[in-house]
Design a binder for this molecule. Sequence first.
Ligand SMILES: NC(=O)c1ccc[n+]([C@@H]2O[C@H](COP(=O)([O-])OP(=O)(O)OC[C@H]3O[C@@H](n4cnc5c(N)ncnc54)[C@H](OP(=O)(O)O)[C@@H]3O)[C@@H](O)[C@H]2O)c1
Length: 266
Amino acid sequence: MKVLVVGAGNMGLTYAEGMVKSPFLNRRNLMIYDASPEKTLTLSKIPHFDVFEKLEDALPLADVVFIAVKPFHSESLFADMKPQVNQDQIFISLMAGITIDTIQQGLGIKKVVRTMPNLPAKVGKGVTSFTEAKEVSRVELLMVRNLLDTTGEAIHVENERFINASTGISGSGPAYVFYFMQSMMEAALKMGFSANDSRVLVSQTFEGAVALFNESDLSPNSWMERVASKGGTTRAALDSMEDNNIKELIKEAAYAAFNRATELGK
Ligand SMILES: NC(=O)c1ccc[n+]([C@@H]2O[C@H](COP(=O)([O-])OP(=O)(O)OC[C@H]3O[C@@H](n4cnc5c(N)ncnc54)[C@H](OP(=O)(O)O)[C@@H]3O)[C@@H](O)[C@H]2O)c1
């Protein structure tokens, strides 16, 4: 099986790096193409990629094509690709907001998988939700999952509504975590810690809490109960958050991203 990644920006390169390092796909089977000549030159110095200067040289060789350009480039890309695609190829879109139907129409093909990746894919800790057109077989979908798993974990979702919903949770989610981290770092600085100590205190706290969470089946609520004793310090912080309705505001923020993703898809 040969895979072509079109668009070697943040996401395209992240997936290419993930796939090439996995035992699932070796160097000779991974092709990469970017419209920018400077990027092509940089990529050609990376030994583990087969870099192409012309789309038409790579596209007919591919069994699977990752589309990792910005959504606003999709229309012109589809026009360039259309004359050279075939009905057996599977197209995996990383593009936010571009529907399966739009991709099928734009390329004149049927086998499309739409995904919602997230940024921690860069460090192999991503989560990618994905859903498919009915023309993609179970075997093909399993192969797609294996490819997506190379950057973290892949979650199959029932339909495109859940792709938009996962934009609100995991796609935009890293920014919510950074928001929380920034707030805690600002509090630490205000308490008199150095910038470096604030960074370590906050980063280790997040990493440690997630590690604990992943080691058991306990819910976040149960963990909060465990660490917050009546009249204690943690309880004071959690009560303050509850009094300020923080949980509802976070849910509202996630819905704002979900609604925006739905809107962009129209
Ligand atoms: N970054 C994220 O966290 C994230 C999360 C979820 C989804 N996504 C999705 O991932 C996709 C890629 O985002 P990104 O952040 O990786 O974008 P990016 O860094 O801008 O990368 C896109 C690359 O594609 C190139 N390109 C443009 N038109 C092309 C064409 N016709 N053929 C081949 N290459 C072309 C661009 O070149 P130029 O720079 O010269 O235009 C650029 O190198 C987007 O659709 C986005 O919605 C990203």
